[in-house]
Write a protein that binds this ligand. Structure first.
Ligand SMILES: [Zn+2]
Length: 195
């Protein structure tokens, strides 16, 4: 990761020495350098959504090669390889992001209380343990709401229906959703209020 950012910055510096030319996506090295600068900055700040562009630009015979040509050949190749490597490792298990499906888990019921129902769901693919707490008030329509967060094995062992609400409210963030929220799954940050 650090090596990748170092090389991307090197590429940015090299690109800034070029002008003119054209590629499939850019009119001139200046335009490419500007876009590259923004993408590198975003990537450095943790925004992985720029990876699609970066990977495309650094593919062999793509934009980087069009503008920097032989001088950037080796650097471009190294960046292209590192980007592919980074992406392969960064791909998260599907249990880490919405939509959350109900298949693919070993489900362990923690029980029910007057408020809601708690389950621990262990992902069969990556082993992550998810705590899920669901409140439904059948007498009201659109009252279903749930909270969901990953927990460690140690935490899972201490959880029970009596302490689960407090536990959730002490977390820094979680996912939440349900008909109460018009089904919209969203990420919630502190303070989390379970009711
Ligand atoms: Zn998983």
């Amino acid at each position: 990761m650090n090596e990748l950012i170092t090389l991307l910055k090197k590429a940015l510096e090299l690109a800034s020495q070029f002008e003119g030319g054209y590629s499939e996506r850019f009119f001139g090295a200046e335009e490419f350098t500007k876009a590259l600068g923004i993408a590198v900055n975003e990537f450095e700040n943790g925004n992985d959504s720029v990876l699609d562009d970066l990977q495309l630009w650094f593919l062999p015979t793509s934009d980087w090669d069009d503008f920097i040509k032989l001088e950037g050949l080796e650097l471009g190749q190294r960046i292209s390889n590192l980007l592919a490597e980074y992406r392969a490792n960064a791909v998260q298990c599907t249990c880490q992001r919405p939509p959350f499906h109900y298949v693919g888990y070993a489900i362990d019921k923690l029980g029910e209380n007057e408020q809601g129902e708690a389950t621990l769901e262990t992902c069969k693919y990556c082993g992550a343990i998810w705590l899920n707490y669901l409140i439904e008030e059948p007498q009201y329509s659109n009252s279903g709401r749930w909270w969901r967060m990953e927990v460690t094995q140690t935490e899972a062992a201490t959880l029970n229906i009596a302490n689960v609400r407090d536990f959730i409210e002490q977390q820094d963030s979680c996912f939440a959703g349900g008909s109460f929220y018009n089904q919209g799954v969203h990420k919630k940050a502190k303070p989390i209020c379970v009711k």
